[in-house]
Design a protein around this ligand. Structure first.
Ligand code: FES
Length: 121
């Protein structure tokens, strides 16, 4: 098992994408509203766009016609190429019914040690 320091914890913020590396592989890092740190593979599972150029936001939800609510700010990653959106909570596409698509973000187990964000592989 090898520890990789991906970035500094104080570089992170909710809604901000921080690029990092695990060895020679690009990853992106963000802080979730819960305070948890998310380290994600740097390429989109659709056609490989560099996710560091994407955007983190929220999504809209509605149970009632003509009413819409903005929710989950900081938990949704939008790809810069075709606009597919993925949950930073579980890596799945956020389109309803898409849970079984073979297209999830790769999420790495990350820990914060002092001011370092660390992934052990
Ligand atoms: S490459 Fe990301 S949505 Fe197509």
């Amino acid at each position: 098992m090898v520890k990789h320091v991906v970035c500094r914890f104080d570089e992170l913020d909710v809604g901000k994408i921080t690029p990092g590396k695990i060895g020679r592989s690009e990853v992106i890092v963000s802080k979730l509203p819960s305070g948890e740190v998310r380290v994600v593979g740097g390429r989109c599972p659709h056609q490989g766009a560099a996710l560091e150029h994407g955007r983190i936001s929220g999504r809209t939800s509605s149970d009632t016609p003509n009413e819409m609510e903005f929710c989950n700010y900081g938990e949704t990653l939008r790809c810069p190429w075709h606009g597919f959106e993925f949950s930073l909570i579980d890596g799945c596409p956020v389109v309803p019914g898409a849970k079984n698509w073979p297209m999830n973000l790769r999420i790495f187990d990350a820990k914060v040690e002092g001011n370092d964000v660390v992934v052990t592989l």
